[in-house]
Ligand binder design. Structure first.
Ligand code: ATP
Ligand code: MG
Length: 139
């Protein structure tokens, strides 16, 4: 089934000028970038985005990291896009990520792990709506 998922190229990757390299892995996997914008995430946006982790010990560090440099927010479209992008990203901890995945190739640590991808279709819809309107997405 054709789906849309939400992606963020995180500050560790934009800082190292890896936007194009990450996008190449995404496109080579058969996912289509149907919306994309480079933004400086605000503290309020990062807090809201990672609200589910508010009680975790790394929450403050995570919010600081996500606002430390520009990010690229994206909508990706394709067959089974949610699960496919999770596969393409690799495990949260790059030390456990499979060969060829974005995190294996580029992530620096479990915190600074280069990309975000939605973990369900329901969350994908909510996350896309936090950063894009329907008119921004051209499939
Ligand atoms: P994301 O939600 O960013 O796609 P994920 O779903 O693989 O990543 P989550 O468990 O949702 O992983 O964690 C969200 C983010 O919080 C991680 O991507 C990482 O940046 C950060 N994080 C997770 N665990 C840790 C940790 N132990 N220490 C520091 N940061 C962490
Ligand atoms: Mg997650």
């Amino acid at each position: 089934m054709t789906e849309r998922t939400f992606s963020i190229i995180k500050p560790d990757a934009t800082r190292r000028n890896l936007t194009g390299k990450v996008n190449a892995v995404i496109e080579d996997a058969g996912l289509r970038i149907v919306a994309q914008r480079r933004i400086q995430m605000t503290d309020a946006q990062a807090k809201k985005f990672y609200e589910v982790h508010a009680e975790r010990p790394f929450y403050g560090e995570l919010v600081d990291f996500m606002t430390s440099a520009p990010v690229v927010v994206q909508v990706l479209e394709g067959d089974n896009a949610v699960a496919k992008y999770r596969e393409v990203m690799g495990a949260t901890n790059p030390a456990q990520a499979a060969d060829g995945t974005i995190r294996k190739l580029y992530a620096e640590s479990v915190g600074e792990n280069s990309v975000h991808g939605s973990d369900s279709l329901e969350n994908a819809k909510l996350e896309i709506a936090q950063f894009f309107t329907d008119a921004d997405i051209v499939g």
